[in-house]
Design a protein around this ligand. Sequence first.
Ligand code: CTP
Ligand code: CA
Length: 233
Amino acid sequence: AGAGALRADLTGRRVVVSAGGTREPLDPVRYLGNRSSGRQGWALARVAAGRGAEVTLVAANVDLPAPFGVRVVPVGTAEELRAAVLAEAGSGGGVTADVVVMTAAVADFRPATVAATKLKKDSASEPAAVPLVRNPDVLAELVTKRAPGQLVVGFAAETGDEAGDVLAHARAKLARKGCDLLVVNDVSGGGVFGRPDNAAVVLAADGSATEIPHGTKDAVAAAVWQTVLPRLP
Ligand code: CTP
Ligand code: CA
């Protein structure tokens, strides 16, 4: 199809996209969080719906209106996101999604305890360290529980460091997570977060790498679906 042509190549497909960033409460008014705006996941959901898919967006603290034709399930914490994504993916049985795309920035750790009342600074001593515990790895769990033929797509924002470049880190992560595709953003230069544009490389479990040129998050979303499509059963 040419540019602007109507495509309905995801018709009949059930798609689950997670987006945004989880917030892990410290007390009733404070949380540990991250800068993910949810824009790339939002674009993936919107573009998939526009191409005919039945789309559920599990949105962690996303401050954007629901994309047209997309069902939004709002969540706050990593635990809430886990429950919603596994349920929508059909990991516990029932109707299963054809594709699950994890763009959400899931907090790796959460405060070990959540204070029932607001923490006060009124003690004379210095503030105590905040003990953290590890959150569940939703992507890894999706992979172990996935329905036959279900495609699981991860996202990773990486920087190069002394241990390896962006793609080396990404290939190791793809192998560690066991997902089918990993969409990699190089964030070495600074801001991708909250920006309207993006660029990426899609790594596949079969070893292939597809470069997605710099463009709007809608254009990146369309390109991601192009790499997903031929892998759908
Ligand atoms: N992810 C997840 N659950 C977590 C952490 C991450 O499902 N607890 C998913 C993200 O949604 C993303 C992918 O895993 O699709 C990669 O996230 P990333 O933070 O890059 O991976 P980590 O394994 O947490 O590695 P790192 O130590 O680099 O943060
Ligand atoms: Ca992480």
